[in-house]
Ligand binder design. Structure first.
Ligand code: MG
Length: 166
């Protein structure tokens, strides 16, 4: 099988007056991620990994944050566009692994919802999607800069090689 691997990373500031969205799921919290788009670090890290693994330009080049068409855009729309680009290049997502860095809120109650949405969008079994989070052990409070970050590993395969149970 012809696999392609890449990592992605993103970090956004947490601020008042914004909705918090991670992996396309709205999470009830008093703050949200600041960004030109909805600030979804999970999807941004994933999209960047997908683009990198398929040899395409990065997220900032394809979806510039000074382009008015991406102002407040739902990042799930950017994921859909990215999937189309991968499809045109003959690639399919095989596996995804995401690690959030986040002190608050607690994300584990939302993992399954995130997996269900990604599973639907990427057309892979949710057992091929890993989502977890680590805290900074209070470093965020020491730094006095509230943020959520996300690391992502993506494995792509050629479409013609793909079977659901592989
Ligand atoms: Mg971003």
């Amino acid at each position: 099988m012809n696999f392609k691997f890449a990592t992605g990373f993103d970090i956004h500031k947490l601020v008042s007056g914004r909705k918090l969205k991670l992996c396309g799921i709205e999470i009830p919290f008093e703050k949200g991620l600041l960004g030109h788009s909805d600030g979804d670090v999970g999807l941004h890290a994933l999209i960047d990994a997908m683009l990198s693994a398929s040899g395409l330009p990065d997220i900032g080049t394809l979806f510039p944050d000074n382009d008015p068409q991406y102002k407040d855009v739902e990042s799930i729309k950017l994921l859909e566009k990215t999937l189309k680009l991968l499809d045109e290049k003959g690639f399919k997502v095989f596996q995804v692994d995401l690690t959030f860095i986040c002190d608050e809120p607690k994300l584990s109650p939302f993992y399954q919802k995130m997996k269900n949405l990604l599973s639907k969008k990427l057309k892979i079994d949710s057992s091929n999607i890993g989502i977890k989070a680590r805290t900074t052990e209070g470093l965020i409070k020491v730094l006095k800069i509230d943020f959520i970050a996300c690391f992502c590993l993506v494995v792509l395969t050629r479409k013609e090689n793909f079977t659901v149970n592989s």
